[in-house]
Design a protein around this ligand. Sequence first.
Ligand code: HPA
Ligand code: ZN
Length: 332
Amino acid sequence: MRPFAELHVHLEGTFEVEQFVDIARRNGVTPPSWDVDELRSRYAFDDLQSFLDLYYENLGALRTEEDFHDLAAAYLKRAALAGVRHTEMFFDPQTHLGNGIPLEVVFAGFGAAVDEARRDLGLSADLILCFLRDLGGDAAVETLRAAMPFRDRFVGVGLDSTEVGYPPALYAEAFGIARSEGLRRVAHAGEEGGPENVRDALDLLHVERIDHGNRALEDPDLVARLRDERIPLTVCPLSNLALKTAPPDLADHPLRRMLDEGLLVTLNSDDPAYFGGYHDDNVRAVTEALALTDSELDLLARNSFEASFLGETDRARFLAEIPGVPGPLEAG
Ligand code: HPA
Ligand code: ZN
């Protein structure tokens, strides 16, 4: 199987209905229904905010280290089956802090699952701490400071939640601190917000990748910059369909134009429990809808490792498995 890195997946968005019910039951939390089909019938969204409202509501069921472990472990197992060999996973500590869960509990649970995946699944995995835009810039700074005792448990910071009304400038201080601490930096931008958010995330937050970035295509100068500077976009096709941030027919998805423009695009699942598919489902769906060729799929696989925060040795090891990339012998 062609190896891929997944670079845009929210651990909280991998909370499957069945697992939600199990965890709610063991924690004595009463869900809106005990019926999984009825719960799943609520998974129809008009936009980003209508999804986020349900996503945050469900996270109220998570209480213990075991819950956080089990959530991440289930995703990691499924990702390995999908052919993902390295994953950089977002998590939202502010949501759990708001629910009264200490950071120690979140880091211990997710951290244990990461260690097990490396040991038992041969899956390389790292964590990226996301700031919730709608809680503002000061809260982002406070969250980062509170997380520094766990610095060895995460490789970078990201920015997610409601985009419109919360421009990148608000988080410049938090991202500045992250940079000075040697943390890698990414941000959701151009998902619902305009191309100016993509530009400001690059200029004001010094991010190294853009999550989504679809609306960057509205600005030709920005497209040229993304291409020239080889700035990765982590694209999430099934998420875009579910949240109506791309045309309703996947055949019209901007991925085709991004590839044709020579942008460094990668394929990702975003919130697979909510949007109808994991990494392999996304690959399958766009392969069919956009008639991707084998060499385009190889390119997408290569891009995923090039855009990752892996060290050079690991990156080269994965790249050597993908056709079109010289192996160590040929490279010499
Ligand atoms: N966009 C913004 N914030 C998010 C998302 C998303 O797709 N998923 C979880 N938080
Ligand atoms: Zn996302």
